[in-house]
Write a protein that binds this ligand. Structure first.
Ligand code: GLN
Length: 546
């Protein structure tokens, strides 16, 4: 087993996760079985309890683990299927150490960061290596070198590499090379200093990836090579990908990043064939059509809050030869000024997942607008609950219908808690989480898209459609397209006499890849493209009439 550790320096948000994932793509293209994992130095047991304002999207795995959004990159860029063991936080480390201490496992010793905490961190690498069996494990360490919380992780890695040998493990350090406009120069000093900080704790990086807005000059490569004590080919440039993040593996490949990694780790493989990947990327860069999709949410200003949804739309767009321009619409603005102002002329409307009652009524208005105007609609998780509430109120005549998440005393709780969720007070890890299997009705849009009667999708929610209202909703014309196989719960709804009105309780966005776009997203994007063409035809014929 070979090990690659990816650390970060100078500032956060440099794209360490993307760099790790892109290396994964390249190594897989060299027939290596790659495992990716992330260490997060914060004390939360998992990011499931953090607001998207703090941490962006919570990415959910098959086994129900609520993890860092970088794991989304890992799964989208490679074929690995991750588990809860692939995301370790300080919170988990301390939880384990403290449990052991209470059990008396430490036999009377003083429990310390070194060796007890650092051992626990190393145990996780060993566990993943032993149970997931691959050729290379890429481990990304969250945060920035020098962070107090990160120190035990760095120390653990130093010890680990000592053990497995420098020929089997490398450190890749991602840093910032800022451009000072007034001087017209790139600056290597922050990189030198962050590498010096790594060396202080006994880690010499093997490769430095320089995040930069301008191409690295020869001069700056020389400097970084000299001061950071690495050969020049180990200085890798990482500019913003010009069109899409999926170009990152190609950009790294061009610089021989994967060659260098393989040489350093004595991995003997053929050169990778990136033709297929290049073809996928080409489809994103230069499509024939363009559509506008409104995503109506409350974390709309945040880049990362709906990350997997935006990625899944990109994948589906590539598959449909279409650029999906995403219009982020704040549901609270719809509450103030009405849906038409923001949604008129949109080719599709998507309502993503969410929690809490802020902006809810705006989302209900958006769902109503899509239904009444015949605009393709896709509701995900909360988006499906909203669609059900809207249909109940405006079609099934259940005035003031609501989810009990928003109005506990609603006369028509069409969305409510299941018995097993009642009375749960802990918020961490207590939702319906992870993969569940559902059965699809054969005469539905869902079936047409999945081409399958059973599906398996990832969940993350507490509330469910109230089975007591199913009959009334169905009589009013809402199709229950899918129900869970094990428990009798609504998984998908749709409206038959609408160009495309489909919503699901699960999160299909977590299963979409560029190489395998999700059928529901592809269905939604192609329906939106059709809607665009209908609008265009209408304009042409009214011009002709005039
Ligand atoms: N708040 C809703 C629930 O808990 C929806 C959750 C979601 O959209 N992920 O059921």
């Amino acid at each position: 087993m070979k090990y690659v550790f990816v650390t970060g320096g100078v500032v956060s948000s440099l794209g360490k996760g993307l760099a790790a994932a892109a290396l994964g793509t390249l190594l897989e293209a060299r027939d290596q079985k790659v495992i990716l994992q992330k260490f997060d130095p914060y004390l939360n047991v998992d990011p499931g309890t953090m607001s998207p304002f703090q941490h962006g999207e919570v990415y959910v795995l098959d086994d129900g683990a609520e993890t860092d959004l970088d794991l989304g990159h890992y799964e989208r860029f490679t074929n690995c299927i991750l588990t809860r063991y692939n995301n370790l936080t300080s919170g988990q480390v301390y939880e384990t150490v403290l449990k052991k201490e209470r059990r008396g496992d430490y036999l009377g010793k003083t429990v310390q960061v070194i060796p007890h905490v650092t051992d626990e961190i190393q145990n996780r690498i060993k566990h993943v290596a032993a149970t997931q069996g691959g050729d290379v494990i890429i481990t990304e360490i969250g945060g920035t070198v020098g962070d107090i919380e990160g120190q035990p992780f760095m120390e653990a890695l130093r010890q680990f590499v000592q053990d497995v040998g420098r020929e089997n493990a490398i450190f890749v350090h991602v840093t910032l090379v800022p451009y000072i406009k007034a001087a017209g120069e790139l600056k290597s000093k922050p990189t030198q200093q962050s590498v010096a900080k790594l060396r202080e704790i006994g880690i010499q990086p093997d490769i430095v990836i320089c995040r930069t807005e301008h191409p690295l000059t020869d001069d700056i490569r020389d400097k970084i090579s000299l001061y950071c004590n690495i050969p020049k080919p180990a200085v890798i440039e990482f500019t913003d990908a010009p069109n899409t993040i999926y170009e990152a593996p190609l950009m790294f490949r061009q610089q021989g990043f994967d060659n260098y990694v393989c040489d350093r780790l004595s991995i003997e493989t053929e050169q990778p064939d990136m033709t297929q990947w290049r073809a996928y990327v080409a489809r994103i860069i230069d499509p024939s059509f363009r559509i506008r999709i409104a995503v109506v949410g409350k974390y709309i200003e945040l880049q990362d809050a709906y990350k997997s949804i935006y990625e899944a739309l990109t994948h589906a767009g590539a598959a449909c030869d279409t650029r999906v321009a995403i219009e982020r619409v704040d549901s609270e603005a719809i509450e103030k000024y009405g849906a038409a102002r923001y949604l008129e002329g949109m080719h599709g409307i998507l309502i993503p997942g969410g929690f809490g009652d802020r902006g809810i009524e705006g989302k209900v208005l958006a769902a109503q607008y899509a239904r009444e105007q015949g605009i393709p609609f896709f509701g995900i998780c909360l988006g499906m609950q909203i669609a059900v509430v809207e249909y109940a109120r405006n079609v099934a005549d259940l005035a003031e219908a609501n989810s009990t998440e928003f109005v506990a005393t609603t006369p028509h709780p069409v969305v409510c808690l299941q018995e097993e969720q009642e009375g749960i007070t802990d918020v961490g890890g207590t939702m319906r989480l992870g993969t569940c299997v559902s059965d699809i009705r054969p005469d539905t849009k869902a079936y047409e898209l999945y081409k399958s009667a059973t599906i398996s999708e990832r969940h993350r929610h507490r509330y469910e459609v109230n089975n007591g209202y199913r009959e009334q909703l169905e009589t009013a014309g809402l199709t229950i397209g899918a129900v869970s196989t094990d428990v009798d719960l609504v998984e998908m709804v749709e409206i038959a006499d609408h160009p495309f009105y489909l919503a699901c309780q699960f999160h299909p966005e977590f299963l979409s890849k560029l190489s395998a776009p999700h059928p529901l997203f592809t269905g939604f994007v192609s329906a939106s493209l059709e809607h665009r063409n209908t609008l265009a035809d209408a304009v042409t014929s009214s011009l002709e009439e005039a």
